[in-house]
Design a protein around this ligand. Structure first.
Ligand code: 5GP
Ligand code: 5GP
Ligand code: 5GP
Length: 209
């Protein structure tokens, strides 16, 4: 008997550019494990519905347990670093992501270990920074067209991303997060059934980190 039947249609796999999280008015705090490398970091793997709504906090009986993912911690520190203040070691961020989003995937991705492992594999597979650099789009503070960023990621991954911008401390629009869609198994990218809302300028900055 399924005691847990919260279903969903697909995942958003969301990665953040640390330079764009940190150069805002709010600034950021490096993790206690040290400054992350200049690469995209995972923000989350979020169950979503095709009508743009999404479930959250689906199972309070399955709290995050670091002991279940002890073999993944060092990879999570490198690939899913926390930049919020005050500085943390990541556990708070991963706890939040598991409890808010991960628990809504339980009917399909049954264990927290599988959930975090799926995200780590997806990040490696997408290799966003390499896709952008190969297309001449470098995190050098330069301005790039949104269409060239989309094309570079589509060219490398095969799938159309959604680019989310934020603004730096002087109000420049910049590349903040990249959304890709993933099937409900967490195993493969798919074309997004629906995109989030939000707009970038046609020219956006890619700040260094
Ligand atoms: P923000 O408002 O900063 O974009 O998002 C705040 C939080 O809401 C995110 O960290 C995430 O937990 C959740 N969220 C925002 N947009 C979406 C979405 O389109 N799908 C899902 N599943 N969660 C979202
Ligand atoms: P969301 O609810 O949007 O999925 O997750 C955002 C929450 O995780 C916020 O409460 C934020 O403070 C916390 N958090 C911790 N580290 C980070 C980080 O590096 N990036 C983002 N976006 N949120 C973080
Ligand atoms: P939350 O309340 O979910 O922690 O975060 C709300 C929003 O503020 C999210 O969009 C998150 O990315 C942003 N945020 C939270 N903490 C920080 C921080 O320390 N620095 C920056 N730049 N943004 C933050």
């Amino acid at each position: 008997v399924l005691c847990f039947s919260q279903d969903f249609d697909f995942f958003y796999f969301v990665q953040q550019w640390p330079g764009s999280y940190c150069d805002t008015q709010r600034s950021c705090c490096y993790p206690t494990t040290g400054k992350p490398s200049a690469d995209f970091g995972i923000h989350g793997l979020w169950p979503n519905y095709k009508d743009v709504s999404y479930p959250s906090n689906c199972d309070t009986n399955n709290p995050f347990q670091p002991s279940q993912i002890s073999d993944l911690i060092s990879s999570l520190e490198r690939n899913w670093p926390t930049l919020a203040c005050p500085s943390g070691n990541g556990i708070q961020f991963w706890t939040h992501e598991w409890e808010k989003h991960g628990t809504c995937s339980e009917s399909i991705v049954s264990r927290q270990h599988d959930y975090f492992e799926a995200a780590l594999i997806l990040k490696q597979r997408a290799n966003l920074l390499q896709a952008l650099i190969s297309a001449g789009i470098q995190p050098d503070g330069g301005s790039y067209s949104l269409s060239s960023i989309n094309a570079a990621i589509k060219g490398a991954t095969g799938y159309t991303p959604f680019i989310q911008c934020n603004v730096d401390s002087t109000s420049n629009s910049q590349l903040y997060q990249v959304y890709l869609c993933v099937n409900t198994n967490g195993s493969d990218f798919i074309e997004c059934p629906v995109f989030p809302s939000g707009k970038c300028g046609s020219k956006i900055e890619f700040p260094s980190f």
